[in-house]
Design a protein around this ligand. Structure first.
Ligand SMILES: [Fe+2]
Length: 438
């Protein structure tokens, strides 16, 4: 039943982990479920909410529906609408200050991954104040665990991508060193995600493309991470990371997410009125979030943080962010084909399986071609969705590669889950191949 994992279980050593854990995420899915937010909080005994969103969404229906529902159930609220798309430590701090400004007993995040991540950070630091770097992932921060339970946080995603409503991770750009890093702990996980396909109707096609490609990579990366029993045994159970490596439970979620992506991503981008495709991608984002939230990610994400952190003047069409940015899903997928060509050697059968789900014929495929076959499938999606053809199209040049490698190396949380060990020269080669995708 567990095919390739089973062989590894028999080989475990005293120094490697022997267990994996399924951390659950509460989500409620349904057309119109946004209207339940007020009743949900009232039933939990809450009375004073801080609502996080961004300036673009402030006047749109997902936010107005939430505010109406809060009003109907006599929940007092304030709105913080200055969430930054691709947040930074400064924008997190502004949100934390807002959360500390009054006696809020609950938080509602309405938006994409940037908004939900910002709400998680505001929840953490307003509940357990600390120096900003205390909870940030090592080696950049101290990686202190979250001391106790946080305030109720309800996440209402308006993009089908990050799966942030299901994870305990908040990603931001540490401006001082131009590096993306994050805060990761199970207690950051939202109390409930309200998945309402009506809310992704407002998603511009460029956003549907980037977030959908992020889901694709979440699925493939989490399925191909280092297996859980190849990771070192933690000294105590509580130190077992949320990103614990691929395992039979996360595989279920990652593969089903990938099947949904294969069927629905192109349809959802082509026609925002395709209700079935939009709903399926919203589910896929959460499935993949549960998959990678328990297994982790590896090189495409580790490298993406360098790509987005070192952006110069690329302005993504369709984002209206007012500052240069590489959308997260784009920064991930541009590295993915070259990264999977590199990692396939570690577990070719898993790379082939992913390729097959995405549409490849793998009958008679040789294991040594697994990376190439998977890369071709992913490039097919990139071309069909008309994204920039490689890092060069975002303004990067060969001379940028040393800096890109330098910025990737501290991303231990994800890069150490690469199924194949790598050296800085390997990353340089992958970045070099990612300059032009096709
Ligand atoms: Fe992602």
């Amino acid at each position: 039943m567990f095919n390739d994992s089973k062989a590894q279980w028999g080989n475990e050593t005293m120094n490697n982990d022997y267990a994996f854990e399924m951390a659950t995420s509460a989500v409620r899915f349904g057309v119109g479920v946004t209207r339940e937010v007020g009743a949900e909080l009232a039933d939990q005994g809450k009375g004073h909410a801080l609502v996080f969103t961004d300036a673009n969404l402030r006047a749109l229906s997902p936010v107005s529906t939430v505010l109406e529902s809060l009003g109907e159930h006599r929940i007092r609220y304030s709105v913080f609408d200055r969430v930054r798309v691709e947040p930074s430590d400064e924008s997190f701090c502004e949100a934390i200050t807002a959360a500390q400004a009054d006696n809020f007993d609950c938080i509602v995040a309405v938006g994409g991954g940037s908004t939900i991540d910002t709400a998680k950070a505001a929840n953490l630091y307003s509940t357990y104040p600390a120096d900003f770097l205390d909870y940030v992932n090592p080696p950049i921060g101290k990686g202190k665990p979250v001391p106790g339970p946080l305030k109720t946080l309800i996440a209402v995603p308006t993009t089908a991508g990050t799966g942030s409503e299901t994870t305990g991770v908040a990603i931001f750009d540490l401006t001082r060193i131009h590096a993306k890093t994050g805060i990761a702990h199970r207690r950051l996980k939202p109390t409930l995600g309200l998945l309402d396909p009506e809310n992704t109707r407002t998603q511009p096609p460029a956003v549907a493309t980037s977030t959908g490609l992020d889901v694709l990579s979440h699925s493939v990366e989490s399925y191909t991470t280092l297996p859980f029993d190849k990771r070192p045994l933690p000294a105590r159970p509580i130190l077992r990371p949320a990103y614990q490596g691929s395992n039979p439970i996360s595989d279920v979620w990652s593969l089903e997410a990938l099947r949904l992506v294969a069927t629905y991503l192109r349809l959802a981008v082509a026609d925002p009125e395709n209700d079935e495709a939009r709903a399926a991608m919203l589910l896929a984002a959460s499935y993949a979030g549960i998959g990678f939230g328990n297994a982790g990610l590896h090189l495409p994400h580790g490298m993406s943080y360098a790509v987005s952190g070192l952006v110069r003047d690329y302005r993504a069409p369709g984002y209206g962010a007012g500052h240069p940015l590489v959308p997260h899903g784009i920064s991930v997928i541009l590295n993915a084909p070259a990264a999977f060509r590199f990692t396939a050697r570690a577990c070719p059968e898993r790379h082939l399986k992913a390729a097959e789900i995405l549409g490849a014929k793998i009958n008679g495929a040789r294991p040594e071609d697994a990376g190439k076959i998977l890369a071709e499938q992913i490039i097919g999606f990139m071309r069909d969705l008309r994204i920039p053809n490689g890092l060069r199209a975002l303004g990067y040049q060969t001379s940028d590669i040393p800096a890109l490698v330098e910025c990737t190396l501290p991303q231990h949380r994800v890069t150490k889950l690469s199924p194949r060990p790598f050296e800085p020269e390997d990353l340089a080669q992958i970045f070099s191949e990612a300059m032009v995708a096709w």
